[in-house]
Design a protein around this ligand. Sequence first.
Ligand SMILES: [Zn+2]
Length: 387
Amino acid sequence: MIRVVLLSLTLLLSLSASGAQRGNAPVANDPIRTLVSRLDLDKYKATIKGLTQFGDRRQGTERNRNAIDWIEAQLKSYGCANTERLKYDFPLVGAPRSAGATGGRVRGARTPTGVNNDPLKQPDVKLRELNTPPTVNGPREEVYCTKIGTTHPEEMYIVAAHMDGIGWGEAANDDGSGTALVMELARILHMPDVQTERSIRFILWNNEESGLEGSRAYAAQRKDLQGKEDPAGSRRYPEPKWLGVIQHDMMLFDHGMPRADGTMSKEQRPEADVNVEFQMNSIMAAQSQTLAWALEAANVQYATDYPATVGAHMQSTDSASFQDLVASVSVRENERGPHIGAGWDPQWHQPTDLYTTYSDKDFMLGLNAAQTTLGAIAKLAGVSLKP
Ligand SMILES: [Zn+2]
């Protein structure tokens, strides 16, 4: 008995020691903490609101192209000035899908999911009209910009989200919330006193909702350009070597499991979390898992309200286009398979995915995801602040 007590005491002491190391004990003059403190809920919300002026931003429409122009103008205004566009045609030919995906296991109550295609389910007539012009096959573009590393411009992390949506709403959460997160990180990492050793590319994919074509086109067109200096001797790398891909998709809503009668809690649940997923059935699973834990550690250190949870079933988002090539994770409000797939987000691809649907507690989950990725990417890319 005494032995058991002693053992438990030892265990307790060692746990609390490791807890102190992992906890919020602030490092003096931590530049990452300073950076993370520059994230602002009102600015994050304003960027989401700005995206919703283009309705559902469905791929292959004028409202989608206008949204890309608007995003590009914002990136330039943040100082991410050398914006570029990847061009491809939809439908996409010859860019393979990643093969591996395990989806996790659904438990408990579930409600039906699907894509709304009925315009009359959108009661806001103005928004209905904005969303009315149909998608047209043909040329597509997506925008990205890059912060160049000071000592390793030949290597980069990709921080991404998809800017297109569906369902006759405003695609505020799916994926205005992820797009705004990436834009906010681009803004903060381009403040005049910020430098990073390695490069960081901010990409807003198009054509996610139609089958990940924007990210698949990027991976196919650019994977063989990685790390090549062009022109020789210039220290310029049009496609720095990929070190990791962090995708953001639906960041706001974690109200828990639907009840048995199909209703949902109206409030963000207090135990809401940021779900970081890698794909266990992928070639880069081990590297991706390491990247996922880097985000979890950054969350422990820097996120103010909500924890991060790591899962092994990343799927159905643009990081899947990279999962066999480089460390790849997705960041979400819920697990994509067992939660979103079981109806935990009733706004998903529905006319109700509107800016006004969400409360500050919802937006705060997205901001915590931003704190998590910013903390992780700042460390991974080697951030420092000029005095
Ligand atoms: Zn999405």
